[in-house]
Write a protein that binds this ligand. Sequence first.
Ligand SMILES: *Cc1c(COP(=O)(O)O)cnc(C)c1O
Length: 389
Amino acid sequence: MTETAAVPTALLRARAEIDLGALRANVRTLRARVGDLAVMAVVKADGYGHGAVRCARAAVEAGATWLGTATPEEALALRAAGLTQRALCWLWVPGGPWRQAIEADIDVSLSGMWALREVTEAARAAGRTARVQLKADTGLGRNGCQPGADWAELVAAALRAEAEGLVRVTGLWSHFACADEPGHPSIAAQLTRFREMVAYAEGQGVRPEVRHIANSPATLTLPETHFDLVRPGIAMYGLSPSPEIGTPADFGLRPVMTLSASLALVKRVPGEHGVSYGHHYVTPGPTTLGLVPLGYGDGIPRHASGAGPVLVDGKWRTVAGRVAMDQFVVDLGGDEPPVGSRAVLFGPGEGGEPTAEDWAAACGTIGYEIVTRIGSRVPRVYVNEEERG
Ligand SMILES: *Cc1c(COP(=O)(O)O)cnc(C)c1O
């Protein structure tokens, strides 16, 4: 294994190990599901907390040909790091860096007339054709252009801008609301609406390079949604979109992030000893406590208080009392592992450690949030950076 450590002493406290070999294998597994279709590796929010640039590079090595981000700044950062693949960013506000995106050959998503106006102005100023993808709201009720008159107006205006050489409409796309809930009636309804909106735009003369709507759950379970390209995020990082559709192993996926810390203290305490702020945990009898130097300042949810599982010295322990900003405590039940022993919060689960899904269940959230919120104070350590064999 190759390791890159930016701040060695920080690693003594805690680390998020990112297995790029697992990420590449996950991308290959996803590609095998979609045949010849293109895969857009979604690396928004710093690659769901895993590091956008490293993950984008690994995904490209494994055959992803597109990169997807939410904000334009995230896409520009990929370009600054030397990634030249097709890239799409979809979350714009007025005054955004349209011109920089055009000059960096980044596809920009348009959900309404205001965005088309801004991008055509920027294209004119840059003297270049902007690559734009029209986003349809097929039922998510979030970003995207409403069907009917709004869509007709956006399509017509985009075609006029295309005729002037200011834009090229490279994509027609949308996003699901409930693809992770098998059989949810909105899935079929959104798919029908998407087909109608694509057919309308193509009937008017739009010739997109790609049409796409599939996120991870749709990529994994709904082949009829794949069109020309799929946009997996969470599956690439080895997590299942929801326990309802299966475990990562059910889909041949392996979690990429392992979060661990060194015990900062191990000590004996008597019974009836209050633990952490508010004394929400009181030792049931004489025991030993282990201090884990991670807290909500590192992205450990405070909702994990009294609930989050941790593997210490071969046994699952539970967060005792409240998670504080920088630390939490586990009751070691009388065991005395040496101070400095590794406490593993989550990982692939193959070494008996909990998974991000276990943390999600303990905190009443989803695996996405558990990995994405791990903060910048936790150094990322990249393993299996090099392709072997
Ligand atoms: C986040 C996101 C994705 C990826 O979603 P996953 O469920 O993580 O696969 C795809 N498309 C859009 C528009 C997104 O915002």
